[in-house]
Design a protein around this ligand. Structure first.
Ligand code: GUN
Length: 305
């Protein structure tokens, strides 16, 4: 039996970031515009701190400006919204991202609704979600965009394929189900109340899992030749090597990777699959937002001599 192709999200994302860097340079040279991305982090969630740091690094690496805003955990929702309004009005800022989750005393939907849709590079504002559903031009959400790019890179045309999306979050599952529908897939959106997940997997040409349950999706559920995208990022403790009685931390996805390798046609690893694509798509949205706000089309890649 042939083993699945491992989809190298890290390499594909690096290629996309290179293209973005070239276009960013052209935008600066031809139009004097440097795209700016503002990221707001509230509190000290460790995972969020890492994500925000990585986003800032990637932003400056492609030649964009990065504006970091750190607010204390006990900040009021009014304070946070006042900062969002300030950034909405700041001409140097073309994209605004409010890192989620927000502290429990805040209403996430109410905060996200205050980001002006033209700067909503996360694609979370209801105006962008509505446009996505209607198939109109919009700023699409980053992780689903990254998944779609990986699927197109792997499969080409997605017309008529059966896609199973597991997990109905507002960030990944729900918008991805719409985007795959717009790509002419026949889509099933499964979730925690789905009765027989194995049966749903058995008929899917594409499986995307975004539920955050370590290695719950078994190889024997997968249809031979299917393409599997694993969005899960799960930290688990495993025994130390060489028979010691200690434990070490390991990152695993939602899919039993080794089992899936023997059945699937292609599969994303964790880490190094979907994760790097999310940041690449965030940069793409920031570039797109800067161009939209200036009323110009996306630049060519080659800066003029
Ligand atoms: N938290 C986890 N994923 C995301 C994301 O894509 N955007 C934001 N803003 N917060 C997140």
């Amino acid at each position: 039996m042939t083993r699945a192709r491992i989809i190298d999200g890290k390499a594909i994302a690096a290629k996309i970031r290179n293209h973005i860097a070239l276009k960013t340079a052209t935008l600066a040279q031809k139009h004097g515009i440097t795209p700016g991305l503002a990221v707001i982090l509230v509190g000290e969630n460790m995972a969020s701190q890492t994500y925000v740091r990585n986003k800032a690094r990637a932003t400056t690496a492609v030649g964009m400006e990065s504006f970091g805003h750190l607010l204390p955990e006990e900040t009021t929702q009014e304070n946070l919204i006042a900062l969002v309004h300030k950034l909405n009005a700041d001409a140097r800022v073309h994209g605004i991202l409010v890192q989620l989750p927000l502290p429990g005393h805040m209403n996430e939907a109410a905060v996200l609704a205050e980001v002006t849709p033209e700067k909503d590079v996360d694609g979370f504002h209801f105006a962008n979600v509505g446009k996505l559903v209607l198939g109109l031009p919009c700023l699409p959400p980053c992780t689903p965009s990254g998944i779609l790019a990986l699927l197109k890179e792997t499969l080409g045309n997605l017309d008529g394929l059966r896609a199973l999306v597991i997990g109905r979050s507002n960030i990944v599952g729900k918008p991805l189900s719409i985007m795959l529908t717009n790509e002419n897939c026949t889509v099933t959106l499964a979730h925690s109340k789905t009765r027989n997940i194995a049966a749903e997997c058995a008929r899917a040409d594409i499986i995307v899992s975004a539920v955050g349950k370590p290695e719950f999706l078994r190889g024997e559920w997968i249809k031979p030749g299917a393409t599997v995208i694993d969005v899960g990022i799960n930290h688990v403790l495993v025994p130390e090597d060489a028979g010691g009685d200690g434990e070490k931390k390991k990152l695993v996805g939602d899919v039993c990777f080794n089992e899936a390798l023997d059945v699937a046609k292609a599969i994303t690893p964790v880490p190094g699959g979907v994760g790097p694509m999310t940041i690449a798509m965030l940069l793409e949205n920031t570039l797109k937002a800067a161009c939209m706000q200036a009323g110009i089309s996306l630049p060519e890649e080659d800066p003029q001599p």
